[in-house]
Write a protein that binds this ligand. Structure first.
Ligand code: SAJ
Length: 412
């Protein structure tokens, strides 16, 4: 089957690079997004998100006529759904974006089309998506009823790219492709092989859904182990960074790095989808989430203890992003810690974040955005919250006579 037109629904951190990757392989791509702003920006050949190299790719794709964005879905041969799956109250997955996206493409589906869910999803979401489309198109058959003879093919192929390295990882990473039937998977594999150089491995949709959740839970559980060690080490007056370095000399030990907590929209969210599906069985996964979510409180307690020694300390928070060398502040423990410290009115709070020009609303009016050297010039307490490159290059002489709380092991 040749896919003449590919439609990508949801033009965010995953959908837009994916659309650009197809376009770079000279596929006609119709991008669909509910945001008129995103659509207009892309149609000008510009981008509305920050990701290295993406701007060039999108610019080329649009100017050469391979990529076009719209708010209203159009007919295509394959549809990729890459919309958010946040969680709601009680850590339950919110499938409303997937539901809205699948309902929006249902009217333009035709016999032979492929629909792939890329969004990180709880087990069973692909089947639900197929049913939402089937409800609106009784004239077409879907795999949940017609099996291999269905008019529409449906699969799940979770994205696995690391923010900041999306363009390279999209092409090089292996992909797990879960078809609702074998033929659904094979057709999806054919589509991804347009630009993926890694292996495209077939499985069923439920395993593919669980595989993505498993990858991020693996990381969460292992970071929780490192975070718990760091709290124990503080208690026992041991340098956790040296401890981990030494333990990692063992050939079968590979401990991750502690930090101020786990941020981002993936690792801190996806494990809850497993817990929600099998609450009784997910004891370790749940506990890891709780350990990581509690880490900012531990950091704040340490700062509070240090601040008690001063009358009105100047506290410099180095880094607001959720990890090194990005500008993404969403779900960032560094941001949460800085905001809480300001709200506690322990002293004057300075934020140093070289990747942003202005403070987010959560900190506006409470915290001063400062240059690294200016902040170090006046700070009594310095908290390293993110291991950005400029902080790594810091001359430690500047920290002498200050109380330093290093959550990233930058100075260890
Ligand atoms: N972190 C630590 N210690 C570590 C490693 C990470 O505290 O040793 C923290 C980071 O500072 C950050 C958080 O964990 O706050 C997550 O950062 P990350 O770089 O581990 O991952 P993300 O959230 O940027 O991207 C992850 C990736 N998943 C895995 O590595 C298994 C990516 O491949 C996924 O595509 C992405 O989640 C996603 O979309 O699910």
């Amino acid at each position: 089957m040749s896919f003449n037109v590919v439609s990508v629904v949801g033009l965010g951190y995953i959908g837009l690079p994916t659309a650009a990757a197809f376009a770079a392989r000279r596929k006609k791509v119709v991008g669909v997004d509910v945001s008129q702003h995103a659509v207009d920006t892309i149609n000008r050949g510009e981008i509305h998100i920050v990701e290295p190299e993406l701007d060039m790719l999108v610019h080329a794709a649009v100017s050469e006529g391979y990529l076009r964005a719209t708010t209203v879905p159009e007919a295509a041969d394959a549809f990729l759904i890459a919309v958010p799956t946040p969680f709601m109250e009680g850590n339950k997955p919110d499938l409303s974006y997937i539901e809205a996206a699948s309902r929006s493409i249902a009217p333009v589906l035709k016999k032979g089309d492929l629909v792939v869910l890329e969004s990180t999803s709880p087990v069973g979401a692909t089947e639900k998506m197929a049913q939402w489309m089937a409800d609106l198109r009784p004239d077409l058959t879907f795999p949940q009823h017609a099996g291999e003879s269905s008019d529409i093919r449906v699969a799940h192929c979770p994205e696995r790219v690391l923010p900041g390295h999306v363009i390279r990882e999209l092409v090089e990473n292996d992909r797990v492709i879960g078809g609702m039937t074998r033929k659904c998977g094979e057709l999806a594999r054919e589509l991804y092989q347009t630009f993926v150089q890694g292996d495209c491995i077939l499985t069923d949709a439920r395993t593919a859904e669980m595989c993505k959740l498993t990858e991020n839970s693996f990381r969460d559980v292992n970071i929780a182990f490192a975070n718990e060690l760091s709290i124990i080490a503080d208690e026992l007056d041991i340098n956790v960074w040296e401890l981990i370095r030494l333990a990692n000399r063992h050939p079968r030990v590979s401990i991750l790095q502690p930090g101020p907590g786990v941020g981002g929209h993936c690792i801190a969210v996806d494990p809850w989808f497993i817990v929600d599906s099998a609450p009784e069985q997910s004891r370790l996964i749940r506990t890891a989430r709780l350990v990581n979510d509690d880490k900012p409180r531990h950091v704040i307690d340490r700062v509070k203890k240090a601040a008690d020694r001063f009358k009105e300390p100047v506290i410099a928070c180095l880094g607001l992003a959720f990890k090194a060398n990005i500008d993404d502040l969403r779900e960032s423990p560094a941001l949460e810690i800085t905001r809480t410290l300001a709200d506690m009115r322990l002293g004057r709070v300075l934020a140093v974040e070289p990747n942003i020009d202005s403070l987010p609303a959560a900190l506006d009016g409470k915290v001063e955005l400062c240059d690294l050297l200016d902040a170090l010039g006046i700070a009594d307490i310095v908290i390293v919250l993110v291991d950005h490159v400029p902080f790594k290059r810091l001359d430690t002489v500047r920290l002498q006579s200050k109380v330093v709380i290093d959550t990233r092991g930058l100075l260890a």
